[in-house]
Design a binder for this molecule. Structure first.
Ligand code: SAM
Length: 350
């Protein structure tokens, strides 16, 4: 009863206290289905029975950072490094456009080979060729002036997960050169400039407790992101966390539902990591309030190399070229994949 009351309170007020979040997380089993139902109807009221698609182009796996969880961290000497050039990326977009994608997500390690000028050239070439498409960037922490240049070049959205909103925990996942305060500063800079901004966290990352997840929810409430990426932690054999247990798909899906209830209009992906842990993960996430899928649009010969965690999927229904089959799977659960750009409800570019 208490958990249901908390879900009702969250649905009505879009806010909970830290203790209430912790209580919900501790008692997920007795309110899971109720939360899913509420989250679905909230998403349906705003976006209808539709799921947006994004073509994910993983354009470099070089990275200057050394995050303990990540397979493309700079210290991983076993990673086969690659970069795509502007023409490769434009070919991905051409193929994506043909398939029906109207958002292209350029994601990569923090690779300074791609200077501000080079990034701006890429962004403006894509926007020139596909003016009806949105460009999303996910290239980590940069100066505000750089973010501004990316925005002026035509970029629309930016994904930068906060990873964890607790300083102590952040320091257990990253070397000292990376700080939560700079991560959060970047997020506020991006928002101020006018991007649709996404943050997010892994579920079940090493040392994570329910208190940490509660702090993540408080941060989401305060920051009011337009997008939130939530995926389970999955270990990678060549990282310091190789022996750490994977996060749980079930808990990840519960976090998706809570996030929908907290942020009604949020763009919420069913993540690749979730699809990696659970073959039905995408469907389960959509039935818990997710409304975005991000199939892999990278050239086939590099997909195996963007290995953030062991066994990361990039084939089958995760591949952009299998969109028809993904669409069928969504139809089976009553949802329709749409070609629209899929901006945050009511969002206007500055
Ligand atoms: N370098 C950019 C950044 O850090 O924002 C973008 C690429 S980064 C690889 C994208 C996301 O992958 C990270 O935000 C992190 O949450 C996720 N990731 C990395 N390693 C992971 C792992 N072992 N399990 C699950 N997700 C992981």
């Amino acid at each position: 009863e208490k958990t249901k009351n908390l879900i009702n309170k969250l649905t009505d007020t879009h806010s909970l206290l830290k203790d209430e979040w912790v209580y919900l997380l501790q008692n997920a089993d007795v309110c899971r289905d109720f939360a899913f139902k509420k989250a679905c109807s909230m998403r349906d009221n705003i976006y209808g029975k539709t799921v947006f698609i994004r073509g994910l182009i993983e354009f470099t796996n070089y990275c200057r950072n050394d995050c303990y969880y990540c397979g493309i961290r700079r210290s991983n000497k076993n990673a086969a490094r690659y970069r795509l050039n502007k023409d490769d990326i434009l070919s991905c977009c051409a193929e994506g456009y043909r398939l029906g994608f109207r958002t292209f997500v350029l994601q990569g390690g923090e690779d300074m080979y791609f200077s501000d000028d080079e990034m701006c050239r890429m962004i403006s070439s894509i926007k020139q060729a596909y003016p009806d498409c949105a460009v999303t960037l996910s290239v980590g922490e940069r100066d505000k002036s750089t973010y501004q240049r990316f925005y002026n070049a035509g970029a629309d959205r930016y994904l930068l997960r906060h990873e964890t909103a607790t300083d102590n925990h952040y320091r257990k996942l990253h070397p000292d050169e990376l700080t939560l305060s700079n991560r959060v500063k970047c997020l506020y800079d991006l928002k101020e400039i006018g991007f649709q901004v996404g943050c997010g966290m892994m579920v079940g990352s090493p040392y994570q407790t329910n208190e940490h997840l509660a702090e993540d929810m408080l941060f989401l409430e305060k920051f009011q992101p337009h997008m939130v990426g939530i995926g389970p932690f999955i270990s990678h054999k060549d990282t310091p966390f190789k022996n750490e247990p994977n996060g749980s798909a079930k808990k990840t899906i519960f976090m998706v539902a809570l996030t929908r209830l907290l942020l009604p209009s949020v763009l919420l992906p069913a993540t690749t990591a979730l699809g990696t842990l659970d073959e039905m993960g995408r469907e389960k996430a959509v039935l818990a309030g997710a409304n975005v899928v991000m199939p892999n649009l990278s050239p086939k010969n590099v997909r195996e190399k963007y290995m953030l965690y062991d066994n990361k999927i990039s084939t089958g229904d995760e591949a952009a070229e299998s969109l028809a089959s993904l669409a069928l799977r969504m139809e089976k659960i009553g949802y329709e994949i749409v070609s629209a750009r899929g901006d945050f409800a009511g969002f206007k570019r500055k």
